[in-house]
Write a protein that binds this ligand. Structure first.
Ligand code: HPA
Length: 268
């Protein structure tokens, strides 16, 4: 753990108390309002040196520590993306802090484009696995042998099962598929979408994969859910834009919130 992370952990515990956090939740584009549902202490990222500052519109850049459905959680209302800084490890410090606060589980959410006709805007997709289509890695430069992280069951099978059960109990459908990480910030071309479909992707987005790799590096169990905001480039006539992503994310957000709440209630 870096000195910077240790300092941040001490500062956060001073404000939010020292009781260990059980689970971290990273909120994607248009999903940030969930951070306001937690009964706890909110700290602006700008008060946490090293946390992502400017961020992306549609995010809610604060860390909230508190209770959600009886579980002590740390909710990250926004994330840093590779495309903001050129740094693949932009979320390393926040995840080190999460680990240092005691968490052993992480749920990552994002907005994504769908490559499958049976997964439509407004639907949710649980990630069964991912493809790193960016060629980048958040662990480049990590000097220890811990960098050789196995990724075979990176998306935790037990957490995935529990999230699927939670969706079922809520009467909500939760598709499952493979997410491809594209660096952004430009969207993909139709040819790129055709290419990654052949490679096995079901959804595409600009985040999450570095966080899953970092989570496994830090020995956090991790699962991720996409809110589908659009069909991927070339698959429909709708315009793809960040405005559209932000406008569409709330369609899935209400369902996502029900699944997460049920998951937390049943997996303390
Ligand atoms: N591509 C990449 N990222 C996205 C998309 C997309 O189609 N939709 C929402 N985030």
């Amino acid at each position: 753990m870096s000195k910077n992370a240790d300092d941040l952990i001490a500062k956060i515990q001073e404000q939010a108390g020292e009781a260990p956090v059980a689970l971290g939740l990273i909120l994607g584009s248009g999903l940030g309002h969930l951070a306001d549902q937690v009964d706890g202490v909110a700290i602006e990222y700008s008060d946490l040196p090293g946390f992502p500052h400017a961020g992306v519109s549609g995010h809610n850049p604060k860390l909230v520590i508190g209770d959600l459905e009886g579980v002590r959680v740390a909710v990250f209302g926004g994330r840093a993306h590779y495309y903001e800084s050129g740094r693949g490890d932009a979320m390393r410090l926040p995840l080190e802090v999460l680990k240092g606060l005691g968490a052993d589980r992480l749920i990552v959410t994002n907005a994504a484009g769908s490559l499958r006709d049976d997964i439509q805007p407004g639907d949710l997709m649980l990630l069964s696995d991912h493809i790193n289509f960016s060629g980048l890695n958040p662990l480049i430069g990590e000097p220890t042998d811990a960098r050789f992280v196995p990724m075979t069951s990176a998306h935790d099978p037990d957490m995935r099962r529990a999230l699927k059960n939670a969706a079922k109990a809520e009467g909500l459908s939760l598709a499952e598929g493979v997410y491809a990480w594209y660096s952004g910030p430009s969207f993909e071309t139709p040819a790129e979408i055709r290419a990654i479909r052949i490679l096995g992707a079901d959804a595409v987005g600009m985040s999450t994969v570095p966080e899953v790799i970092l989570a496994r590096f830090l020995n956090l169990r991790v699962a991720a859910i996409s809110t589908v905001t659009n069909m991927a480039a070339g698959m429909s006539n709708e315009n793809i834009s960040h405005e559209h992503t932000k406008a569409m994310a709330p369609l899935g957000a209400a369902k996502l919130e029900r699944i997460l709440r049920r998951y937390l209630r049943e997996n303390q």
